[in-house]
Structures are given as structure tokens and as C-alpha cells.
Design a protein around this ligand. Structure first.
Ligand code: GDP
Length: 439
């Protein structure tokens, strides 16, 4: 996710760090590189301009230039300004009607991922104890309804159709009332391109029903076209938010980052794969940390907690509080993660992981990286796993040899362990927010 952008930022930050004290010329040069990185990453030029002008103004202040670590200051400013642009107005959470059922509708072009996302959301709600009825409002394409039925069948949700979209939604609401369901999720008709018929259908639905959420589903591989599509939908119906799908692909992702700013609507979820579980609530702060190479430990911890049993989770939080997070714990989590889905997505949330990956060479799958880390940890003695601080020169050489890796890699695993441990410690403090390693 956003790999290219991330690599570019890593380079720029490295460039600034090497400089130590920064001159105006250094800042200018970094700003030029940032501009290029954002444009290459497909961020909309107006958004780039806005980010750049704010970063420039703040970065050139005397406080920053004369500070002890100007590179970190610039990084902090960059983080805050990108975050500002990505945050949008309105709540990033789903809202619910006072009286159920709450009515949601997904809109977007055909193929953007509406049907899949409708079921993913129903599944998320189910986990919170809320039941949904799904409405197949694309009455002209029987295949669309069939697909919704197949997916909904996997999570035991009822699918309702109708003669017209209005009829389908009315039936959906009646069914939800009859069955005592909390939410009605409408999978609206999509077309390959924005067309008048589709938009007027949505307009009509918007006039007739009071939707709690109208969510625009955007395929993040679409690039800048997504922004035009977004504007067209916005003219037909009042949107409450955006869902970005296919962020697991190799999309540059910049257009997706621009969407909040251009439409003024928050991104509520991101789709990260084809499976029903591949959806995450959108946290702009976490994504910006990921892009700026700071990792995303908060999401990592959530994923881990969701997949390990409660007892283990409690034990983890106790151990973290006592700062007893050992190499064995790290190995345990890495193994758990392997069972949690695409390893790549998980590992890239670990700060500094990109560097390890590059050293290893093969970037196709995360499995290989895990094997190396696993081999390194397994080559440690139990004492070393519990107290990695005792691992110095000769121990490092022994571990590298035993695991068939290199001292350099052993060093990186140790560093990564420390970073994760420190961040977990900070996160476990009451009321702690995800803090970045630099601030
Ligand atoms: P719709 O026409 O808008 O209803 O789109 P679909 O839900 O049928 O999705 C189109 C294709 O995109 C299907 O093959 C889905 O499996 C796939 N898809 C949807 N969301 C994601 C995602 O987040 N990641 C990936 N990789 N594929 C997705």
C-alpha cells in the first residue's frame, strides 16, 4: 500500500537527516523532492500545491531551522499537513438512526467493489451484534443480485430485490422491520461509466428515502478519474463519505489521498483484499504514518488482538505494561500474523520493515522475510530471547551463522524489536495515542 510514495519519502527524510543543520537551500531542495514524490504518487496537483505551501511556510521558520533536529521537525510538519488534507469533514464512523433500521446505500461505478463492500460492512456490523438486510437495487442485472446473494449467503444475511430500485429499497426496509434488523444496506446499480440514467435513479432514491449514510465506493486503481466520478455522483446525491477499495493492489494511491480534500468528505473504510474480512476503518493518522515510513503499530496491535484469543491478549497487555515484551513474544506474534492473511500487509505496518525487505532482496512475498526473522529468533538461546540486550558482537555472529543470515540482518531484527517494544509500551499507557517515534 502506497509503497512507492513511502520509498520516496524515506529517501527525502534520509537526505534531510544527513544534512544535520538545514539551510534554506536544503529545505527548498527537500520541498522540490516532496512535490515530485506527491505528483508521481498521483496526488492531485491542487492538493500538492496546498500541502507544499503550508509545509514551506512552516519549515522555513527560524524555529525549525535552528532546532536540534530540523529533519524531524520537517517530518512532523509534513505529517501534520498531509493528515490535515486527508482528514475531511464529518465523522469517519458510521452513524445510526434513532429508530432502526438505519438506511445505508453504496454508490459507485460497476466494478468499483460495491457489492463486495456491502457484504464486508454487513459482516463488520454483525461482529458488533447488529443485523443487516441487503438490498439488490440493480434490478436490470440479475447477475448483480446473484453475486450479492452468494456473498451474503456466506455471512447469513438476507437479500431483498424488487421491480424497481424504489420498490427494492421499500421491500428492504419492510423486511428489516419484520426481521428486527438494525441496518438496511442498499447495493445500488452501477454502470461502467457515469451515465444520466444511473444518476437520475440515485437522485430519485435520495428524494424518496432518508439515508443515514450514502457512501461512494472508489477503486483506488482508477487514478485521477476517480475524482471526476466522485464529483458527478456528488451532484446527484448527498454523500456522507467515501470507501476506497483495492488498496492492496499496486495503485499509486495518490488520487485516493486527494479524494477527501477534493470532495470534502471523509474516507470511512478502506478495502484491502477480495475476502469478506479485508476491510479496515480508515484512520488517516495511521495511513500517513505508514506513508512516511513510520509504520502503523496501532493497526498492527488491533489485528493481533482480533486474531489471538482473549487470554493471550490480556497476557500481552500485562507483559507490555511491565515492559516484558520478549523476542519470544515477537516470534509468537509473527507466527500469529502469518495465519491472519496477506503477510505483506501486516509486515509493512512494522516501522522500518521496508529496509529489511530491501536487504533481503526478494520482495514478492512476505513469507520469506518471516522465515528469516523466524530463523534469527530461533537461533537465539532462551536467555537471549528474553533479554535481547545481551546480544553483542560474538553472539550476533553466532546467531547470523546459525540462521544462515547476516549480522546486518540480526541487527535489523534487534532494532525492529526495540522499536515495536517501545511503541507498544507507549501505546499501553492509559489514554495514550499512537505516538510517532520522532516526536
Ligand atoms: P461492483 O460492481 O461495484 O459491485 O463491484 P464488485 O463488488 O463486484 O467488485 C469487483 C471486483 O473487485 C471483484 O472481483 C471483487 O472481488 C474485487 N474487489 C472488491 N473490493 C476489493 C478490494 O478491496 N481488493 C481487491 N483486491 N479486490 C476487490
Amino acid at each position: 500500500m502506497f509503497e512507492r510514495l513511502r520509498e520516496r519519502f524515506e529517501g527525502i527524510i534520509g537526505f534531510l537527516r544527513k544534512k544535520g543543520k538545514l539551510s534554506q537551500k536544503d529545505v527548498d531542495s527537500a520541498l522540490r523532492q516532496i512535490r515530485l514524490a506527491l505528483l508521481e504518487g498521483d496526488v492531485h496537483y491542487k492538493v500538492v500545491k496546498e500541502i507544499l505551501s503550508k509545509v514551506r511556510e512552516r519549515a522555513l521558520s527560524q524555529d525549525v531551522l535552528s532546532s536540534i533536529s530540523p529533519a524531524d521537525q520537517v517530518l512532523k510538519i509534513l505529517y501534520e499537513e498531509i493528515l490535515e488534507v486527508m482528514s475531511g469533514e464529518g465523522s469517519p464512523r458510521l452513524s445510526f438512526a434513532h429508530e432502526p433500521p438505519s438506511l445505508y446505500m453504496l454508490v459507485g461505478l460497476q466494478g468499483s467493489g460495491k457489492t463486495t463492500t456491502a457484504v464486508k460492512i454487513a459482516n463488520l456490523l454483525k461482529r458488533e451484534g447488529r443485523r443487516s438486510v441487503l438490498v439488490a437495487a440493480d434490478v436490470k442485472r440479475p447477475a448483480a443480485r446473484e453475486q450479492l446473494q452468494i456473498l451474503a449467503g456466506k455471512i447469513g444475511c438476507q437479500v431483498v430485490g424488487g421491480k424497481t430500485p424504489l420498490d427494492a429499497v421499500s421491500r428492504g426496509i419492510s423486511s428489516a422491520k419484520e426481521l428486527g434488523c438494525d441496518v438496511v444496506i442498499v447495493d445500488s446499480a452501477g454502470r461502467l461509466h457515469v451515465d444520466e440514467e444511473m444518476l437520475s435513479e440515485l437522485e430519485e432514491l435520495g428524494k424518496r428515502f432518508s439515508f443515514q449514510e450514502v457512501l461512494l465506493v472508489i477503486d483506488s486503481m482508477m487514478g485521477q478519474e476517480a475524482l471526476k466520478v466522485g464529483r458527478a455522483f456528488m451532484e446527484a446525491i448527498d454523500l456522507s463519505g467515501v470507501i476506497l477499495t483495492k488498496l492492496d493492489g499496486d495503485a499509486r494511491g495518490g488520487a485516493a489521498l486527494s479524494v477527501t480534500h477534493v470532495l470534502g468528505k471523509p474516507i470511512k473504510f478502506i478495502g484491502t483484499g477480495e475476502k469478506i474480512d479485508d476491510i479496515e476503518p480508515f484512520h488517516p493518522d495511521r495511513i500517513v504514518s505508514r506513508i512516511l515510513g513510520m509504520g502503523d503499530v496501532a493497526t498492527l496491535v488491533e489485528k493481533i488482538s482480533a486474531s489471538i484469543d482473549e487470554e493471550k491478549a490480556k497476557e500481552l497487555s500485562k507483559r507490555v505494561k511491565r515492559a516484558e515484551f520478549t523476542m519470544e513474544d515477537m516470534l509468537e506474534y509473527l507466527r500469529q500474523m502469518r495465519d491472519m492473511g496477506p503477510l505483506d500487509q501486516i509486515l509493512e505496518m512494522i516501522p522500518g520493515f521496508l529496509k529489511i525487505r530491501r536487504k533481503i532482496g526478494d520482495v514478492s512475498v512476505g513469507e520469506k522475510e518471516l522465515k528469516h526473522i523466524e530463523a534469527i529468533i530461533l537461533s537465539m538461546t532462551p536467555e537471549e530471547r528474553r533479554r535481547p540486550e545481551i546480544i553483542k558482537g560474538s553472539r550476533k555472529r553466532r546467531i547470523a551463522k546459525g540462521s544462515g543470515t547476516s549480522v546486518q540482518l540480526v541487527n535489523q531484527v534487534l532494532k525492529q524489536y526495540n522499536e515495536v517494544k517501545n511503541m507498544l509500551k507507549r501505546l499501553s499507557k492509559p489514554g495514550a495515542r499512537m505516538k510517532l517515534p520522532f516526536f
